[in-house]
Design a protein around this ligand. Structure first.
Ligand SMILES: Cc1cc2nc3c(=O)[nH]c(=O)nc-3n(C[C@H](O)[C@H](O)[C@H](O)COP(=O)(O)OP(=O)(O)OC[C@H]3O[C@@H](n4cnc5c(N)ncnc54)[C@H](O)[C@@H]3O)c2cc1C
Length: 410
């Protein structure tokens, strides 16, 4: 028998489903406007894609090739904000691009790309890049130099994706948002002007009511929409699984952006705490996102690329794999290669299609880097379904801190 929520009001202006980076960002943005917000997470914060990312806060240099200038510009603006507002969570790092005879992009193209990247970054000091002189190549972690034509060095940033998600949620909680972990949305029904929502929390079932909903379910997004009545408009999606492998031991504090000699795919090699992280691959995933796990074939592929470029890592012997991570991107369904598809976030907002109908916004895709900008767009989109803001704190001004404790209102 479902109970009504105790300890908090059972009614919220906004209910957010999913405690990944997008869900916590929306909770923060809504709480900053003084709305009452409840965030439901079926497991723990950052249990999904937001713990399996490449941990980069970046503009997406390669999106320039597909002319996605606004995406790059937005991501670099967000990177600059995080460098200012979250200095213990986001730090600039040196990235190296070695260009070999077999590399698909010629040195002049990389030079042009980095120049454009610097322009998109409004020529801030973070956008400086250089050609690494040949005399310095022997300092680059023993990188293979056969057929090496040039090496470029530029800057992008790294974070800890789980800590970043926790920090944004802590900021939302400070602003009044309520977090319920281990709370899975079971169903939601629209009744003229509100949703009644059923949630499974540990062994009990709890009812809530809310005026509007945001589905930030990442790869579970369409499964969540299936629990809602009437069914919200849903985008056909592909889940593209990405795998990382973490090797024991760190090379240095340098990040490398190499191309697989087999198929030209980009692979990052980067320090991750005291270890080395290599990623990522792309493989179509169909099934329950709960079952996503690193594929042996992907791990072998990544190790092959790594050994090709860094044959002397760990004295040339096999390094121990300490972790394998896998997560899935949400991309609009298409026949083209995932690598070539836009990474633009797509928002589906229900009243646009059925005026007066269920006020639900569904988030498809997105980037870790763009969490704040995405949440801003969500809040603008759903404002007609929310009461008048009680305050207007700009999330651009909010500082984020690495959490020593995870705040929880559960
Ligand atoms: C391999 C890979 C590498 C990436 N690298 C980068 C990068 O370096 N930089 C970058 O900017 N972006 C990167 N991205 C993109 C970025 O990681 C994602 O866009 C982002 O993490 C998605 O966050 P999300 O909140 O939408 O989804 P998720 O983090 O997946 O969160 C969804 C949450 O919903 C919860 N949930 C599901 N069903 C329910 C339910 N019924 N009730 C309650 N909760 C539920 C899940 O438990 C989960 O925690 C990468 C993506 C991948 C796949």
């Amino acid at each position: 028998m479902p109970e009504f929520a105790t300890g908090t009001s059972d009614y919220f202006d906004l209910l957010v489903v999913g405690g990944g980076i997008n869900g916590v960002a929306v909770a923060q943005a809504a709480a900053a406007k003084g709305h009452s917000v409840l965030l439901l997470e079926k497991s723990e914060l950052a249990a999904g894609t937001s713990r399996a990312s490449s941990k980069l806060i970046h503009g997406g240099l390669r999106y320039l090739e597909s002319y996605e200038f606004s995406l790059v510009y937005e991501a670099l603006r967000e990177r600059a904000l995080m460098l200012r507002n979250a200095p213990d969570l986001v730090a600039l790092k040196k990235f190296y691009i070695p260009v070999y005879r077999h590399t698909r992009r010629a040195p002049w193209l990389i030079f042009a790309g980095l120049s454009l990247y610097a322009l998109c970054d409004r020529l801030r000091s973070s956008s400086r890049f250089r050609i690494v002189p040949k005399s310095e190549w022997n300092t680059l972690d023993g990188i293979a130099t056969k057929d090496l034509r040039a090496v470029f060095q530029y800057q992008d940033a790294q974070t800890d994706d789980v800590e970043l998600t926790r920090a944004v949620m802590n900021s939302a909680i400070d602003l009044g948002a309520v977090l319920k972990e281990h709370s899975r949305l079971i169903s939601a029904h629209w009744h003229e002007d509100h949703f009644s929502v059923l949630v499974e929390h540990l062994d009990s079932r709890i009812n809530y009511r809310c005026g509007a909903m945001v589905n930030a379910g990442g790869p579970w997004v369409n499964r969540i929409n299936e629990c809602i009545e009437p069914a919200p408009r849903t985008l056909g999606i592909d889940l593209i699984q990405g795998t990382h492998v973490e090797l024991e031991g760190q090379m240095s504090d340098r990040f490398y952006y190499v191309e697989s000699p087999r198929d030209g795919r980009a692979v990052f090699v980067m320090p991750w705490y005291e270890n080395t992280l290599i990623g990522t691959t792309e493989a179509r995933f169909s099934g329950n996102p709960d079952d996503i796990k690193a594929l042996d074939s992907s791990v072998r592929y990544l190790l092959g690329v790594f050994r090709h470029y860094f044959p002397n890592f760990n004295g040339g012997s096999n390094a121990r794999i300490v972790n394998r991570m896998a997560g899935a991107r949400v991309l609009p369904e298409a026949k083209t290669s995932a690598f070539k598809r836009s990474r633009e976030t797509i928002l589906y907002w229900q009243p646009e299609f059925t005026p007066g109908g269920p006020a639900i916004c569904t988030i498809y895709g997105g980037k870790l880097t763009a969490w704040r900008a995405t949440a801003d767009k969500v809040l603008k989109t759903i404002r007609t379904a929310l009461p008048a803001p009680k305050r207007d704190i700009d999330t651009k001004t909010l500082r984020l801190q690495r959490a020593t404790h995870r705040k929880s209102t559960a």
